[in-house]
Design a protein around this ligand. Structure first.
Ligand code: ADP
Ligand code: MG
Length: 208
C-alpha cells in the first residue's frame, strides 16, 4: 500500500513526499487505517519496523487547531527515543504547522514549564519527567484524545511501571490508545489488556 492511498490531509502528504516515503511497512499497513478510524490497539512490533510513522501520521491527521492544550501524548522510555520521535513529528508536521513539545529528564524543568505555556499539539515525554509536571501542575492533559505507549517492554524493564500507573490515573477517560512492544511477556500483556480492555491485540506482523 502507498501513502498516497491513505486519506491524509494534503500537508501531511506533502511532508511524506519531502521525506521520500512511498510504501507503507507491514506494521504501518496494519496500524494506520485502524488509528485513523479511531480504534485502539496493542501491537507487537520489532525495532526498525516503522512504528513512529504508524502512530505519528494518525495523530497529526486528527489534530485540531482550536485548542491550546496537547491533544496527543506519546510516552517513550528514553530521552533518545523522545528526540527521534519529536524529529519525526517536526518533519511530518512541517506544512501543517503543528507544535510538538518534549518533556524529558536531564533538561531544565523551568524551561519546560515556560514552553508549556505555548500552544502545544503533541507531547512526547518520558514517564518520570511527565509525572513531575503533573505534580507541579505545569501540564494540561484535559484536552488529550490520544495516548501512545511506545516500547512498553522497555518502560517496564527500566522500572517505570508504577510511574506509568500514576500517569494513567491522571488522563481523561476514554482516550484512544496505541501501545507498542517488541515482546509481550505475560506481565505486560496482562497490564495492558487490563488498562486498555477496549484495545484490539495485533500480533507481530510478517516482515518483508
Ligand atoms: P521502530 O520505531 O519500529 O523501531 P522507526 O519508526 O524508528 O522504527 O523506523 C525505522 C526506520 O525506518 C527509520 O529510519 C524510518 O525513517 C524508516 N521508515 C519508516 N517507515 C518507512 C517507510 N514506510 N518506508 C521507508 N522507510 C521507512
Ligand atoms: Mg521506535
Amino acid at each position: 500500500m502507498k501513502f498516497q492511498e491513505l486519506s491524509l490531509a494534503a500537508p501531511l502528504q506533502k511532508a511524506l513526499v519531502r521525506m521520500q516515503y512511498e510504501t507503507l511497512t507491514p506494521i504501518q499497513e496494519s496500524v494506520i487505517p485502524r488509528l485513523l478510524q479511531g480504534e485502539s490497539l496493542i501491537a507487537q512490533s520489532m525495532t526498525g519496523s516503522g512504528k513512529t510513522l504508524a502512530y505519528a501520521l494518525p495523530i497529526l491527521q486528527h489534530i485540531t487547531f482550536d485548542s491550546l492544550y496537547p491533544q496527543a501524548l506519546i510516552l517513550v522510555p528514553t530521552r533518545e527515543l523522545a528526540q527521534q520521535v519529536t524529529q519525526t513529528l517536526d518533519a511530518l508536521g512541517l506544512f501543517l504547522h503543528t507544535h510538538h513539545q518534549m518533556l524529558v529528564g536531564k533538561q531544565s524543568f523551568a524551561f519546560q514549564r515556560e514552553d508549556m505555556k505555548q500552544r502545544t499539539h503533541v507531547l512526547v515525554a518520558t514517564p518520570g519527567r511527565l509525572l513531575q509536571h503533573i505534580h507541579e501542575g505545569t501540564v494540561h492533559l484535559e484536552c488529550l484524545s490520544m495516548l501512545v505507549l511506545d516500547e512498553a517492554d522497555e518502560m517496564f524493564r527500566l522500572g517505570f511501571r508504577s510511574t506509568l500507573d500514576k500517569i494513567l490515573a491522571q488522563l481523561p477517560a476514554g482516550l484512544q490508545c496505541a501501545c507498542f512492544s517488541a515482546t509481550f511477556p505475560s506481565t505486560i500483556r496482562r497490564y495492558l489488556s487490563e488498562r486498555f480492555p477496549f484495545a484490539q491485540f495485533l500480533e507481530q506482523q510478517e516482515q518483508e
